[in-house]
Design a protein around this ligand. Structure first.
Ligand code: SAM
Length: 215
């Protein structure tokens, strides 16, 4: 998702109490940001943020960070956020590729990747959020038993991920080609893109993965 640039977006983001302005300062100490030791979960590429704000409202005992690299998109999330009374969610306007600059090893419990840009051309494969480049980033910041959850309507990206994730040393713990008609549907929280694609009758693919344990 890339919205037309909105004049003043950067300034509004720079002044927002919901956006962490100096995320590097919290590296290794995100519990200080939230004021508690609850687990921290991240959505990479949250777009307008419906999914992660719904999760935060439903799970006050979990802390959430929404990551979005485009200020014009993040601005939409901020508009929604200002209507909510939540103390367990903040946003970061960063490229997820840089997450190791902001999170210490083992600091994150779960990473959600929802309807990530498919980057169908082979020469752009490194930009896919399930490519080895990004899996290496997740590997560095997740707890040993941390998981990634990935949803997409894009079968090409899903098939690619079913190969790239095990090749990078992760186990696929569960997967489905039709989330909404599977036993993985229980407790599913819909994203903006998911709502749109589901209303068009498109099946939603989902997988959950964690790092392979060596014994
Ligand atoms: N997750 C939302 C949903 O399901 O409705 C939005 C999906 S949208 C297709 C993907 C979003 O991921 C875009 O807003 C894009 O800017 C963001 N994104 C893609 N790559 C990113 C990266 N490397 N770092 C941060 N955000 C990224």
């Amino acid at each position: 998702m890339r919205l037309r640039h909105i004049k003043g977006a950067e300034q509004q983001i720079a002044e927002s109490p919901y956006v962490i302005q100096n995320p590097e300062a919290f590296k290794g100490n995100w519990s200080a940001c939230f004021g508690n030791d609850a687990p921290i979960e991240i959505e990479v590429g949250m777009g307008k943020g419906k999914f992660i704000m719904d999760l935060a409202a439903a799970n006050p005992h979990i802390n959430y960070l929404g990551i979005e690299r485009y200020s014009s998109v993040l601005l939409r999330a901020l508009q929604k956020r200002s209507a909510l009374e939540l103390s367990n969610i903040f946003f970061l306007c960063i490229d997820a590729k840089e997450m190791t600059d902001y999170f210490a090893p083992g600091e994150i419990s779960r990473i959600y990747l929802n309807f990530s840009d498919p980057w169908p051309k082979d020469r752009h494969a490194k930009r896919r959020l399930t490519s080895p480049v990004f899996l290496n980033v997740y590997d560095q910041i997740l707890k040993p038993d941390g998981v990634i959850e990935f949803k997409t309507d894009n079968r090409g990206l899903f098939d690619y991920s079913l190969e790239s994730i095990p090749e990078a040393g992760w186990d696929i713990l569960a997967s489905t080609l039709d989330l909404h008609h599977s036993d993985m549907a229980e407790g599913n929280v819909m994203t903006e893109y998911e709502t749109k694609f589901a209303s068009e009758g498109k099946p939603i693919c989902k997988l959950v993965a964690s790092r392979r344990r060596s014994f």
